[in-house]
Design a protein around this ligand. Structure first.
Ligand code: FAD
Length: 692
């Protein structure tokens, strides 16, 4: 058949597309590094981007690679800390590696005298982090085959020595599944683990201490295996931080908080992603409730024209800005106040060091936009500041804090201090001697926070709603309120949008208009993360949703969607929501809106509420679930999907248990069968969780 011009264009486009797809990462760079242009200035890019880790280690003279699979930055931070310790205490030549930056097919050629660390977080339901998906699939897949042709039966990894640490949360069913499965797979392939496979538990709040307790025996085992000699650790900076007096913060080349070079140059282009956020206008914002010091925000974020899209049930990430009050505190504590607007260049000293902050920048911008300065403090990091304490007395106190876990808990953790507050609690003197490199090394990159989208893409495809409770908590024993970074920033944006010329929630103050005023007119950088938390494609299928508090967020989207379908005359199945809050007239989110949806959906929408502070006894969603056992069971028999959203620590777990009981009881089965049925529902996708 004859091909006309259009066919030809389509064919060529397809061909180019396929070539590009299959050569991804080989012939063209996958745009991943948000600071690619600044990285080019340091050695990382200069040394060439090989995906062969053996070659890379050879080239750079390394004998220890620390791979990380990280979602929120903690695993990455632990990897950096291990690299530093390995180098300073044991003279290892270490490099840190994002696990997605390298291939795995040649790990069978990993030299015997070198060591690989795997620091792997488990995400959600036992899943790998986004950057570790391919690695995970490679090692846990059916037929593992290496470049040399060796397969699983030949013990292909017999020359690979490795160390493993996992970051998990015991409130999830598949606790630390990632490290466990990878450890099993590597051992099966003949690799030799050194020390025990460590497991940190975020659920019990012991992650940091688990890590510290695991690493000492690991270092001993590794020293034995590799014949390492421990030496007195002397701090060696990872980054060169130079103040450039000839540069001005007004120079176009200076990052003043922009996420990428394109944002700095003023023309950020798509595609927008986790490495390239879209600076989106907030078109509407209001409070869903305000009581004493609790409040909850509803915001509408416009993604029209950005080419970003979402589906009902997805997540949106908000890129926050630190509060001015905390930026000032940090600058003051480290004696940087007078230099806040000085331009600094940050370069990795070693070619493998990745600079987490784009540069040149200023101290102010680095702290405000790029560093997680408000987070809880690690004992190891505090300990590393001892050498730079302003006097002997504070040095002695820091050493004691570093060595005594219980004392550290009493004095720092229990007070919920961030790093600057912690140091202020030790002395009023400033820590001017602390190298800025050490602060970059010891603190995480400022992380975007995720929110379950609370709108339906069918109803408002260009507008994403979020429902966020403002974090303002006094933890037991703490001497001050912990103010959440992102939610208080959003609160300030909301105040500004609603007419407050200088919003100042709780005296925090924010740079509302962003770097170079680029966020003026109420904008915020965002990206969308697709999730598996999805409505059934057939709307006539019944659904059961359990979402107390802000856990109702995605269900507002689900109901909005089903109400719209019902209004169009489509058949919509029973839509059952269990919602819980404190009081019906206090924090009942979307109460009025639900009435409108009810009118559109009639009997197919059922909302069952649990108010924990109204009666003499506390009633929660799981109690209501139990009371409605036969309704729930009937809907499950009609193949209802079951969804849970919100608090992972308690609620989601209880709901899981109660559902098992309901199924067992209603169908006259033993309790274990009920549990098994829930497990089966999970694996088949009819039980879905969106919990945090
Ligand atoms: P952060 O600054 O991150 O602080 C969070 C908490 O950490 C504080 O409340 C405190 O308990 C602790 N903390 C912080 N600093 C310290 C310190 N120095 N010492 C001790 N403790 C400290 N939230 C919603 O409101 N709505 C949603 O729809 C929603 N959906 C989510 C979906 C997903 C997939 C995930 C992962 C999370 C979701 N969250 C949601 C939670 C949200 O991402 C944020 O974690 C939350 O809003 C708090 O962010 P923040 O920056 O304000 O607080």
């Amino acid at each position: 058949a004859q091909l006309d011009t259009l066919d030809l264009i389509v064919l060529v486009a397809l061909l180019v597309g396929s070539v590009a797809y299959f050569t991804k990462g080989t012939y063209w760079a996958v745009p991943k590094d948000p600071y690619a242009s600044s990285a080019a200035a340091n050695g990382a890019a200069k040394s060439g981007k090989t995906r062969d880790v053996v070659e890379k280690m050879e080239e750079t003279g390394k004998n220890c690679v620390i791979f990380y699979g990280s979602q929120t930055g903690t695993a990455e931070d632990y990897a950096s800390r291990l690299a530093k310790e390995g180098s300073q205490r044991f003279g290892l030549k270490t490099m840190v590696a994002d696990i997605e930056d390298y291939d795995y097919e040649n790990l069978d050629k990993f030299p015997e005298d070198k060591i690989a660390f795997f620091v792997l977080a488990t995400y959600g339901e036992g899943e790998p982090t986004d950057n570790a998906v391919e690695f995970y699939q490679f090692f846990t897949g059916e037929d593992v085959a290496f470049e040399s042709g060796a397969g699983a039966d030949d013990s292909p990894l017999s020359s690979l020595k490795y160390v493993a640490f996992g970051l998990g949360n015991n409130t999830y069913e598949h606790y630390n599944a990632m490290v466990r499965q990878v450890d099993t797979a590597l051992s099966k392939l003949g690799a030799q683990r050194i020390g025990s496979a460590g497991e940190g538990d975020d659920g019990a709040g012991t992650m940091e201490e688990d890590f510290l307790a695991w690493k000492e025996p690991m270092w001993t085992a590794l020293s034995d295996a590799m014949g390492l000699q421990e030496r007195e650790a002397v701090y060696e900076p990872v980054f060169n931080v130079n103040e450039d007096e000839s540069a001005s913060p007004e120079d176009d080349s200076v990052y003043l908080g922009e996420p990428t070079a394109a944002h700095r140059q003023g023309q950020p282009k798509g595609p927008y992603s986790a490495h390239n956020p879209y600076v989106a206008p907030i078109v509407e914002s209001y409070e869903l409730f305000t009581v004493k010091d609790r409040n909850c925000l509803h915001m509408e974020i416009n993604i029209g024209g950005s080419n970003l899209s979402y589906q009902t049930g997805d997540h949106i990430a908000i890129w926050p800005t630190n509060a001015g009050a905390e930026v000032d505190r940090f600058l003051q504590v480290f004696g940087l106040e007078d230099k806040r607007d000085s331009v600094i260049n940050i370069k990795g000293i070693d070619v493998t060091a990745k600079v987490p902050i784009p540069s040149p920048t200023t101290y102010d911008a680095a702290i405000r936009y790029y560093m997680e300065v408000c987070a809880p403090v690690s004992r190891q990091f505090v300990s590393s500041l001892a050498a730079f304490a302003p006097d002997e007395q504070s040095k002695a106190e820091i050493v004691r804090l570093g060595n005594d876990k219980d004392y550290f808990h009493e004095k720092i953790t229990n007070h919920c201090y961030n790093i600057a507050q912690a140091l202020q609690s030790i002395t009023s003197k400033t820590f001017t001697a602390v190298p800025f490199s050490l602060l970059i090394e010891g603190l995480n990159k400022l992380q975007p926070r995720y929110y379950s989208i609370s709108s339906s893409s069918l109803v408002q495809k260009d507008k994403i709603s979020i429902t966020a409770v403002v974090e303002s908590v006094r933890l037991p024993g703490a001497s001050h309120m912990v103010k959440g970074v992102t939610t208080n920033y959003l609160l300030a944006l909301k105040q500004k949008q609603n007419g407050d010329p200088s919003p100042d929630p709780h005296g925090l103050t924010y740079s509302i208009t962003g770097p170079r005023n680029k966020y003026d007119g109420i904008h915020v950088p965002v990206h969308v993360r697709h999730s598996n938390f999805k409505l059934p494609s057939d709307p006539s299928k019944p659904i059961i949703m359990v979402g107390p508090g802000t856990g109702v967020a995605p269900f507002r989207g689900f109901i909005q969607e089903r109400a719209a379908l019902a209004a169009k005359g489509e058949k919509v199945g029973t839509t059952l929501l269990f919602f819980g809050c404190r009081k019906s007239d206090e924090d009942f989110l979307y109460k009025e809106e639900f009435k409108t949806f009810q009118e559109q959906m009639g009997d197919s929408l059922k909302i069952i509420t649990a108010f924990s502070r109204e009666g003499s006894e506390k009633v929660y969603v799981q109690h209501r679930l139990k009371e409605n056992a036969s309704l729930v069971s009937d809907l499950l028999k009609q193949k209802a999907n079951f969804y849970v959203c919100g608090d992972a620590a308690n609620m989601a777990r209880e709901v899981n248990l109660v559902l098992g009981h309901i199924i067992a009881e209603q169908r006259g089965m033993p309790a274990e069968r009920g549990e098994e049925m829930v497990k089966h529902m999970r694996s088949s996708g009819s039980y879905q969780e969106d919990v945090w």
